[in-house]
Each structure stands twice: as structure tokens, then as C-alpha cells.
Write a protein that binds this ligand. Structure first.
Ligand code: NDP
Ligand code: GDR
Length: 372
């Protein structure tokens, strides 16, 4: 039975990857951080009773800032494959906590690679690094491919640049099977609530059900190449099954704006939205409401405003990936379009919002977090 170790198993990608590897018959080990509240919601459905003898998903407390802990877990597990998905992954937050982001995202990757080498596992353990389209930042070429020069635009992207190169360096210096997946944005109903797509699907669903009044957004003209996390973790696994380690761009090759994503979400809630005004004075106004998905809304309601708080000190305006290498060498193709993914996210968030509205109607109030 193959063994895999996933850092960031409690995150969006970690949860889909754990599912995939369990389906493939792996023994899956994951590193989770100690938190004051439960933080395993995304993997609870695949977690088995630790008292059972057949448990194939095992969790270890740990942190990418703690080398002794990483070394101990690696020594105990001796995995065939390591997927380094753990990170402070929010670009805007990295401007607030640049040093912590560098410690986890850059040096954390080094700690893991060095622990593998220190334990003499460098010829037997394969390593996947969660690299990112944020490396391209201020884009030098359209679309972006494996050979496009990098120009990172945030402390997050700069930290990930170090992680990218240290992965390449351990491959070249020590002959490790180590590779980078340069993944463009990918989302799902499990996406963290403060990333733009989930903020929109969750926020507008809550507004449609009367749980919130208005969605406050940053730069809605930003352009992204959005795929589905389920398609992207399949590619992470494929990258570690080849004869030789290589780096790959994973993207759909299609680009939309944040504004498009807002329109799709509104459409899936039976609302048509009109954007009016310019810059920070722009608002989104309800034009029509059809069906029963937005009972709290009527024509003329303002449901979206721009809040400069969500602008970034340096923005990545546009990203568009070229996945030709992944398609030609590995036969990988995304199966879910951005539009389908948006519909899936709205369906789930609307269901939750309806449940919460029902609870509220019956006097069982609960707090809706407005922070985004
Ligand atoms: P999430 O933010 O959903 O998950 C991040 C994971 O990392 C969580 O499990 C989190 O734990 C864990 N983590 C955070 N800090 C530490 C730490 N100090 N030590 C150990 N673990 C830690 O990210 P995604 O699943 O979306 O992304 C996975 C990886 O891919 C990340 O590295 C991200 O930067 C990268 N990436 C993501 C893209 C995307 O569009 N989703 C695109 C390109 C790259 P906890 O649950 O406790 O917070
Ligand atoms: P990104 O994702 O920064 O691309 O990083 P995010 O969804 O946060 O932003 C995408 C774009 O939307 C604009 N935007 C807003 N973003 C957020 N979060 N909140 C807002 O209110 C808002 N309004 C507009 C942003 O300015 C940006 O242009 C994600 C993360 O998953 C990284 O870990 C990963 O490496 C990259 O994708 C690829």
C-alpha cells in the first residue's frame, strides 16, 4: 500500500486530494494544526474512527514552522509521496503578515525538503510543491506558460517564488523527484469564505435569503483563469506518477472577470443585476427577481458596493494560463467549467442560507460573519 503525506490536508485542496488518494488505495497521512476550535470539517466525511484497525487516513498535529515536528512525522510515516499544500494562502493577508507568510510558505517548504534529505529519503520520497500563478504577477507574456518569466506582486507570491526555486534546486542538487504544479485559481464549494468566488456565492446567497444586506467588494475588474479544485488535485497526483519530475502549468485557458462571476451568481439566484456608477462609487442594483431563490429582494435594492479596504497595495490584474504541456504530456484536461463550478457553489451556499433563514424564522438566531 502506497503512503502519502499531505500538509494542508484540512484546506480545500487537501480535502479533495485526500479523497482521491483514499479512492486509489493509499494510506493517507495529514498534518493538521492545533486550533482552539475543530478545523477538520472538510475531511470529517472521510475520517475514520482512530480506534479501528483499518484506518487509512491518519492525522498528525504539526506545523510548517516546526522542523523537529516535520522530521519526526516524516521519520514515522516514511511516505512514498509528499504533497506540500500547507500555506498561508491568502494574498491580501500576506500584506498584513508578510514575515509569517514567508516563514510558512517559503521556509516551510525548505524545512520539509531538508527533513526528507536529512532522513535519507531523497531517493525514495516524491515531492509535490503547490506553486501558483501568482508567481507571474505583473504578467510578461499572455497566456502564461512554464517558460514565462516571474514577477511576483505580494509577500505571498515572493514567498512562493522561493518555494518554487528551492524545489527545483533540490531536484537538481540531490536528484530528488520533486516538482512544482503552477496552479491557476481553483475553487469549489469547499473554498475558504474570504476568497473572492466563495465570498460572492455565499454573500449573495445570504442577501437573497435576507441574512445580510450588502456585499462589499474590492477590484471587480480583476481577470482570472478559474478551474475546479477536483480537476486540479487529479493533476497533482498525476505529476508524481511520471518517469521524470517536471513542472507544469495547470489552468483552463479561459479568463473571466470578478464582475462576470458576480453576474453568474446573481443569475443562479434568479436576479439580474445592473452595475451603476464608477470607481469606488459603483454599486450593483437589483433589476429583476424571478423564481423563489431570492425572497428577500426586490427591484431597486442595492446589493453590492465597492469598499477600498479590499484593494491590495499591489494588484495582479490579469492571469490566463496555457495548460498545453499538461494536456500533451499527461493527457490532463479540466472537466468542469468555471460557469458550472459557480452554479455548484451557489447551489450549496443557497441551501445553507435557506437553512439558516429557516432557523432565524423560528427564533433560533445565529451570527452571520460579515468579514471577507
Ligand atoms: P487553503 O487555504 O484552503 O488551505 C491551506 C492549508 O494549509 C490548510 O489546511 C491550513 O490549515 C494549512 N496551513 C496554514 N498554515 C499552516 C502552517 N503554518 N503549518 C501547517 N499547515 C498550515 O488553501 P488551498 O487548499 O486553496 O490551496 C492549497 C495550496 O495550493 C496552498 O499552498 C496554496 O497557496 C496553493 N495554491 C492554491 C490555489 C488556489 O486557487 N486554491 C492556486 C495555486 C496555489 P488550517 O485549516 O488549520 O488553516
Ligand atoms: P487570489 O484569489 O488573490 O487570486 O489568490 P482571491 O480570490 O483572493 O482574489 C482574486 C481577485 O479578486 C479580487 N477581489 C477580491 N478578492 C477577495 N479575496 N475579496 C474581495 O472582496 C475582492 N474583490 C475583488 C482580488 O483583488 C483578486 O484580483 C488565490 C489564492 O488561492 C492563492 O493562494 C493562489 O495562489 C492564487 O489564487 C492562484
Amino acid at each position: 500500500m502506497k503512503k502519502a503525506l499531505i500538509t494542508g490536508i484540512t484546506g480545500q485542496d487537501g480535502s479533495y486530494l485526500a479523497e482521491l488518494l483514499l479512492e486509489k488505495g493509499y494510506e493517507v497521512h495529514g498534518i493538521k494544526r492545533r486550533a482552539s476550535l475543530f478545523n477538520t470539517q472538510r475531511i470529517d466525511h472521510v475520517y475514520q474512527d482512530p480506534h479501528s484497525n483499518h484506518q487509512r487516513l491518519k492525522l498528525h498535529y504539526g506545523d510548517l514552522t516546526d522542523s523537529s515536528n516535520l522530521t519526526r512525522i516524516l521519520r514515522e510515516v516514511r511516505p512514498d509521496e509528499v504533497y506540500n499544500l500547507g500555506a498561508q494562502s491568502h494574498v491580501a493577508v500576506s500584506f498584513e503578515s508578510p514575515e509569517y507568510t514567508a516563514d510558512v510558505d517559503a521556509i516551510g517548504t525548505l524545512r520539509l525538503l531538508e527533513a526528507i534529505r536529512f532522513l535519507g529519503l531523497e531517493k525514495s520520497t516524491r515531492f509535490y510543491q503547490a506553486s501558483t500563478s501568482e508567481l507571474y504577477g505583473l504578467v510578461q507574456e499572455v497566456p502564461q506558460r512554464e517558460t514565462t518569466p516571474f514577477h511576483p506582486r505580494s509577500p505571498y507570491a515572493v514567498a512562493k517564488l522561493y518555494a518554487y526555486w528551492i524545489t527545483v534546486n533540490y531536484r537538481e542538487a540531490y536528484g530528488m523527484y520533486a516538482c512544482n504544479g503552477i496552479l491557476f485559481n481553483h475553487e469549489s464549494p469547499r473554498r475558504g469564505e474570504t476568497f473572492v468566488t466563495r465570498k460572492i456565492t455565499r454573500g449573495l446567497s445570504n442577501i437573497a435569503q435576507g441574512l445580510e444586506d450588502c456585499l462589499y467588494m474590492g477590484n471587480i475588474d480583476a481577470l482570472r483563469d478559474w478551474g475546479h479544485a477536483k480537476d486540479y488535485v487529479r493533476m497533482q497526483w498525476m505529476m508524481l506518477q511520471q518517469d521524470a519530475p517536471e513542472d507544469y502549468v495547470i489552468a483552463t485557458g479561459k479568463q473571466y472577470s470578478v464582475r462576470d462571476f458576480i453576474r453568474w451568481t446573481a443569475e443562479d439566484l434568479g436576479i439580474t443585476l445592473r452595475f451603476q456608477g464608477e470607481g469606488t462609487d459603483e454599486v450593483g442594483i437589483v433589476e429583476t427577481v424571478t423564481g423563489d431563490r431570492a425572497p428577500a429582494l426586490k427591484q431597486g435594492d442595492i446589493v453590492l458596493r465597492i469598499d477600498p479596504r479590499y484593494f491590495r497595495p499591489a494588484e495582479v490584474e490579469t492571469l490566463l494560463g496555457d495548460p498545453t504541456k499538461a494536456r500533451e504530456k499527461l493527457g490532463w484536461q479540466p472537466e468542469i467549467t468555471a460557469r458550472q463550478m459557480c452554479a455548484e457553489m451557489v447551489a450549496e451556499d443557497l441551501q445553507t442560507a435557506r437553512r439558516h433563514a429557516l432557523l432565524r424564522e423560528h427564533g433560533m438566531d445565529f451570527p452571520v460573519s460579515l468579514e471577507g
